[in-house]
Design a binder for this molecule. Structure first.
Ligand code: TXA
Ligand code: MG
Length: 381
């Protein structure tokens, strides 16, 4: 295919062109959201949805999130309810979600709704991949919302990476993965949140956190009211490849750089000197066990922050890149995918050490992504 056009979305021409593609064609557009870049096509059109799966090389049993710009649009475009009285605005959304959406939409929260009854359903079946539910969110990024509103079309959009790769937080990441496969990228700069939306299921009791994301588990429990105070975190640890799961996306290889990733899991020991000693041992052992390694990145958070390459034995034959991911959860979350891609795709290292963080607040989403990136290479630290 030909290379994608890259447009600045802060012009009316660009937004109108992107909206036209979504509304009137079977093609796709990559666009920024507050979480990560999405690869969008009409949720109402089978061919658009097929083109999304194709461009990403995504397995067809992994359903897509529909992005809407307002609840009015959800009512009109997905349920065909055009003349609802304002008091009926939330008619199609179960009560269990009302506290959450009133506070957290627009923003990085995705909820599951029952697929509309057959005779009123306008959603492409391919967006839901045979699930009894569909996923929906209102993004807060102004470019995303303008695009959805202008096309007046619910937009099916997975993250705009090639399947298995880290999600894109810059237009250049999208270009890297999908050039030749999509016609247009709206370059809205860096995504602020940096990890995907939080996916919740409030159709069951207790409700479930299916994917930790831009809003924390603590946010959901706090904002959601009594029902959500009991929210359980869906465990995805022991899912087999052929198993039917609630969040199909969780079973696939994901967020994986080409380089080997070794994730350091924070332990209770908080002694900085001991940690440094331990890291030197781990570092030497990895190099010893992987003789082909020439270039190594160390992505630090807390304890390894000031580590010097001169402190590491055995490094002499290797190139070493030491970088911090950030000093608080939000910063680490915002930098995570971009730093993984930088050391992997640009610096082309062979081995990446990542210093993990405790799995609370933003740490839950960060470590969820890092555990997948590292596959089974996790070491207590
Ligand atoms: O922040 C985000 O959510 C980004 C931006 C572009 O909005 N999108 C995104 O989409 O992350 P994607 O397709 O990469 O991830 C959607 C996740 C997958 O794990 C998928 O399995 C799950 O949501 N999902 C979608 N529909 C579902 C459903 N009906 N039931 C359970 N899980 C669902
Ligand atoms: Mg994704």
């Amino acid at each position: 295919g030909s290379l994608p056009t890259i447009l600045d979305p802060n012009t009316e021409v660009a937004l109108r062109e992107a909206a036209r593609i979504i509304r009137d064609t079977d093609d796709t557009v990559a666009f920024p959201t507050e979480t990560v870049y999405g690869l969008g096509g009409s949720s109402l059109n089978d061919d658009s949805v097929l083109n999304i799966y194709k461009a990403k090389n995504r397995p067809s049993d992994n359903p897509l999130i529909s992005h809407i710009s307002s609840i009015d649009q959800l009512n009109r475009k997905i349920y065909g309810d055009t003349n609802l009285h304002p008091s009926e605005l939330l008619k199609h959304i179960p009560k269990s979600y009302h506290n959450l959406i009133n506070t957290l939409w627009p923003g990085p929260l995705t909820i599951l709704l029952p697929v509309p009854p057959h005779d009123t359903n306008t959603l492409s079946k391919l967006t839901t991949a045979d699930q009894p539910t569909f996923a929906v969110r209102i993004p807060s990024n102004p470019v995303a919302r303008a695009l959805i509103a202008l096309s007046d079309t619910p937009i099916a959009a997975p993250s705009a990476n090639a399947s298995t790769r880290p999600s894109p937080t810059l237009a250049s990441h999208v270009y890297h993965d999908l050039q030749g496969k999509i016609p247009l990228i709206l370059d809205g700069g860096a995504c602020k949140v940096g990890v995907e939306s939080t996916v919740v299921d409030g159709l069951c009791s207790p409700p479930l956190l299916l994917r930790p994301g831009g809003f924390t588990y603590e946010d959901i429990r706090y904002v959601g009211g009594e029902f959500w105070a009991n929210c359980k975190v869906e465990s995805t640890k022991s899912v087999k490849a052929d198993e039917k799961v609630r969040t199909p996306g969780m079973k696939y290889k994901h967020y994986a750089p080409s380089a080997k990733v070794v994730l350091l899991l924070p332990s209770d020991d908080k002694d900085k000197e001991k940690k440094l000693e331990l890291f030197k041992q781990l570092f030497s052992k990895e190099i010893h066990d992987n003789p082909g390694v020439q270039k190594i990145a160390i992505l630090t958070t807390k304890y390894l922050d000031n580590i010097k390459d001169s402190e590491l034995e055995n490094y002499k034959n290797c190139d070493l890149i030491i970088k911090t991911l950030g000093h608080d959860g939000e910063e680490i979350q915002a930098n995570l995918f971009a730093e993984l891609r930088q050391v992997d795709e640009t610096d082309k290292v062979d081995l990446i050490f990542v210093e993990g963080i405790p799995e609370e607040e933003e740490g839950l989403a960060v470590m969820n992504r890092l555990r997948k990136a590292a596959a089974n290479n996790c070491i207590a630290f």
